[in-house]
Design a protein around this ligand. Structure first.
Ligand SMILES: Cc1cc2nc3c(=O)[nH]c(=O)nc-3n(C[C@H](O)[C@H](O)[C@H](O)COP(=O)(O)OP(=O)(O)OC[C@H]3O[C@@H](n4cnc5c(N)ncnc54)[C@H](O)[C@@H]3O)c2cc1C
Length: 393
């Protein structure tokens, strides 16, 4: 009898377990999760949960794990791996032997070094953090959001929906500029300003005011804002400390080939924590929902020998809901790409991303059809002239 141990009971860990069973693996399957909860979905945490429309986002009921014969070890973290003996050590001192180990430990929010530890200051990755922030918003009137990445922008939209005054600060020239570039960032800035967000670009947080509870913040330009709640969304870090000493190569995540194999035999990695080699382009971590499921399927196929080793998630996709606008990005968009705005009605927009003369990505705000239909053209590396001509026809 074989045993596969998956560490990390989030989306990628769950999907890997499901895909292994689907691929016909019928040996022992153990899913270890540091949180006490059944695997749950994170996208609603900054949206429906924060707005009070949902309070739980469980992906599968407990019976599912019984039916599929997946052993759950929840509320206990893996702390180390002995790759020679093929043993994972858990925080409760149990040792789990494995034949194959899958790392799916995701990310933790980046903290701002030296920032005072005050009540009313939040980060957001887990459901407990989302519910804690929601509880504070019920009392608060004015919120400061630090960082206008996807999480910060979604928080701003959800807080405005709840009637809060929102100050959004971002050291970059525009929201999402480090992902989508300044031009599209400018269109996102316009959306938030139209919704009443006080957006302060080009400025960061310096320090907080308050004794036990936060009452205000000092910004990089010396100005001060009075706030009741602060949410920090300045990026995330891969959870890999527990792999140190295992021999697994780490480089801003777990270094993997194109099917999830790490540099150590019998150890694999998947999801946000894993830096996979893309078939087209470089090795990179993709911190988005669809990627976790796509990688899980490929990894399970490779691990069981039932998959096509060459199948790689070639056209990454992600979305972000902000107000009534769904921002969608397809492809490997980068802030250094040349951007062609195809449509812009003052709120909704569609843009093509060009690199080395080819279409590499499409980003839309409220333009679902215009984005999704370009998947084939992106995968084929279609010359940009061809798609621009078709768009203007
Ligand atoms: C608030 C929020 C909103 C999002 N919205 C979107 C969206 O709109 N669109 C989109 O495409 N993506 C979105 N995402 C990203 C998406 O949720 C992630 O890509 C996805 O959750 C990745 O799954 P994962 O399993 O790799 O990591 P995670 O979901 O982080 O799961 C990792 C799990 O491993 C556990 N763990 C960590 N260390 C250990 C250890 N040592 N031992 C045991 N367990 C451990 C963690 O507790 C966690 O439960 C959002 C993410 C967040 C946080």
């Amino acid at each position: 009898m074989q045993r596969i141990v998956i560490v990390g009971a989030g989306l990628a860990g769950l999907r890997t377990a499901e895909e292994l069973r689907r691929a016909g693996y019928d040996g022992e399957l153990v899913l270890v999760g540091g949180e006490p909860h059944l695997p749950y979905d994170r996208p609603p945490l900054s949206k429906e949960v924060l707005r009070g429309e949902r309070s739980e986002t469980t992906l599968k009921p407990r019976e599912f794990f019984d039916e599929k014969n997946i052993e759950l070890r929840l509320g206990v973290e893996a702390v180390s791996v002995d790759a020679e003996r093929r043993v994972v050590c858990l925080a409760d001192r149990t040792q789990l032997d494995y034949d194959e180990l899958v790392v799916a430990t995701g990310l933790v929010p980046r903290r701002i070094p030296g920032l005072q530890d005050l009540a009313g200051v939040h980060v957001l990755r887990s459901i407990d953090e989302s519910l804690a922030l929601r509880g504070d918003l019920a009392e608060g009137k004015r919120a400061l959001i630090v960082g206008a990445g996807f999480i910060g922008c979604e928080l701003a939209a959800s807080m405005r929906a709840g009637g809060l005054d929102v100050v959004l600060v971002e050291p970059q020239p525009a929201p999402l500029a480090s992902v989508l570039g300044e031009e599209i960032g400018g269109l996102v800035a316009r959306l938030h300003r139209a919704e009443g967000v006080e957006l302060r670009s080009g400025v960061g947080l310096t320090s907080l005011r308050g004794t036990d509870r936060v009452t205000g913040a000092v910004l990089g330009d010396g100005s001060e804002v009075q706030v009741d709640v602060v949410a920090i969304g300045v990026g995330s870090l891969p959870v890999t400390e527990w792999l140190e000493g295992s021999g697994v190569e780490l480089d801003n995540g777990v270094v993997c080939d194109g099917v999830g194999r790490t540099t150590v035999p019998h150890i694999w990695a998947v999801g946000d924590v894993a830096a996979w080699q893309l078939q087209v382009g470089d090795r990179r971590r993709v911190e988005h929902w669809s990627n976790a499921g796509e990688q899980a399927k490929i990894l399970a196929g490779a691990l069981t020998g039932t998959g096509d080793d060459n199948r790689v998630a070639q056209v990454p996709y992600f979305w972000s809901d902000q107000y009534d606008i769904k921002i969608q990005a397809l492809g490997t968009v980068a802030p250094t790409d040349e951007v062609h705005v195809i449509k812009d009605d003052g709120r909704k927009f569609l843009a093509y991303y060009e690199r080395e003369g080819k279409l590499v990505g499409v980003v839309g705000g409220g333009m679902a059809g215009g984005v999704m239909k370009m998947r084939g053209k992106i995968a084929a590396g279609t010359p940009i002239g061809e798609v621009l001509e078709a768009a203007s026809a």
